[in-house]
Design a protein around this ligand. Structure first.
Ligand SMILES: C[S@@+](CC[C@H](N)C(=O)[O-])C[C@H]1O[C@@H](n2cnc3c(N)ncnc32)[C@H](O)[C@@H]1O
Length: 264
């Protein structure tokens, strides 16, 4: 019991200003103002404190993205160099960039403008790819991205936050070139463990409204699997992420995941 309390305190420590200000503003009925202006700034600042998750999942993610290197770009110049036109939705600080094939060109569609600076700064640590464009916008309405123009779309831990998974999938399908692939990776509602599911349902208010803008208890993987959105093939797999060092109990609550690849 003491261990779990220690973990909760260590986990929440970087979020304390965010939580206190968020709850106070919500109590003052300024929810919309908080969610539009304050939450995104806080989020871009403290999300890098959670890099532990990415360190824990790095090798599983590497495997997930491995098949990307065999994909051929529709752009003849990029194809010669083995690169791809990749569009990542909601990259945040850019934990997936290391997995992209050399010579690829990357566009980000990200709703949080405070990540733009971090996106272009990531160029220094990822010289193997080109940070091409940062579009501030919603996955559900990528009007600045032409039809059939992208080889690969990636989203990791984003479908828990979008307003409509169905609309996002339609848009992803629209912008992908024929044969293009959508790689997804999401934490999902734990359908196996009652206590984890209860914890997810209870924590969802804090996660969604105050901290991340993310629904901890969404069935994102199942929705992608069920909603074909015109894709010719959807590979879908449920799995559990390994325990995070120092947060063995807490990380269990969001260890239920789904990943897969949808082909246009
Ligand atoms: C939990 S973070 C995940 C960041 C990163 N993909 C990762 O795996 O660490 C969710 C990200 O999705 C972005 N996001 C949320 N809703 C979005 C939407 N409708 N369209 C585009 N990006 C969105 C957020 O701003 C945030 O950067």
């Amino acid at each position: 019991m003491l261990n779990i309390l220690q973990e909760i305190f260590a986990y929440l420590r970087p979020w304390i200003p965010h939580l206190v200000i968020g709850i106070a503003i919500h109590l003052l009925f300024l929810k919309k103002f908080y969610n539009n202006h304050i939450q995104p700034k806080f989020f871009s600042w403290f999300y890098p404190f959670l890099a532990n998750y990415h360190v824990t999942c790095r090798e599983i993610k590497r495997k997930h993205f491995e098949s990307m290197k065999d994909h051929k770009s529709v752009d003849p110049e990029l194809r010669k160099k083995g690169g791809l036109r990749i569009l990542e939705i909601g990259p945040g600080p850019g934990y997936n960039f290391e997995f992209y094939p050399p010579n690829s060109e990357l566009t980000a569609v990200e709703v949080n403008p405070f990540f733009e600076e971090q996106f272009f700064k990531q160029q220094v640590d990822h010289p193997h790819i080109k940070m091409n464009r940062f579009v501030v916008g919603f996955a559900e309405k990528m009007k600045d991205v032409p039809d059939n123009s992208v080889d690969i779309v990636v989203s990791t831990m984003v479908l828990c936050s979008v307003r409509s998974i169905e609309e996002a999938l339609k848009e992803i399908h629209r912008i992908l070139a024929p044969g293009g692939k959508y790689y997804f990776w999401e934490h999902v509602l734990d359908s196996e463990d009652f206590w984890a599911r209860l914890g997810q349902n209870l924590a969802s208010y804090l996660y969604y409204d105050i901290i991340f803008g993310c629904q901890l208890n969404r069935k994102s993987g199942d929705i992608v699997k069920a909603n074909k959105a015109g894709f010719s093939k959807i590979e879908h797999e449920r799995f559990r992420t390994p325990p995070e060092k120092g947060y063995e109990y807490l990380s269990y609550f969001h260890s239920a995941h789904a990943k897969g690849i949808a082909t246009k």
